[in-house]
Write a protein that binds this ligand. Sequence first.
Ligand code: ZN
Length: 205
Amino acid sequence: MGDSDSDMDYYGSQISNLIEQLGSLPGIGSKTAQRLAFHIISMPPERVEALAASLTQARRNVRYCKECGTLTDQELCPICSDLKRDHRTIMVVESSRDLAAYEKTGHYNGVYHVLQGVISPQLGIGPSDIRLKELMQRLQGDVDEVIIATGSSLEGETTAMYISRLVKPTGIRVTRIASGVPVGGDLEYIDEVTLLRALDGRVEL
Ligand code: ZN
């Protein structure tokens, strides 16, 4: 009897552990975590194994592109290794998600530089905490234009100004995407038309 009782507890804690793990992910509240946990439990075991394997493999193999800093599973991401792209135009974005948003428009043929963050004095994130040194190194090659596409939040604007001040002395053209991208909005949720308008309407800094 005692054994079956502890089995019950054990089973219970496994489920709560799963719910807890799922609930620790961004954007997943406790209700969603529960729904996902029960969904996972009802899935065929081989599908759950495939899901678990994709998590572990992605975490193990995904790294940052050594050129632009985006997430990839190669040394160079597909964009940086594509010779048909215009490597003389570099769009500076905050994150890989922003890169993905611009890629989805299908209308940008340059390359990117992913900062992996923005300057935020409140959060103690300074210029040396984002990939600015790497950007300046890239600018020693043949570059015609740097398009600053950080968000229109205070941090995004601060970062844009900082980059512009760094790049201008090099004589390379510096532009800023047009505003209209909502303040603090995640670029991935902005429709492609708005993104394209922001890109086409970019202004000289
Ligand atoms: Zn890359």
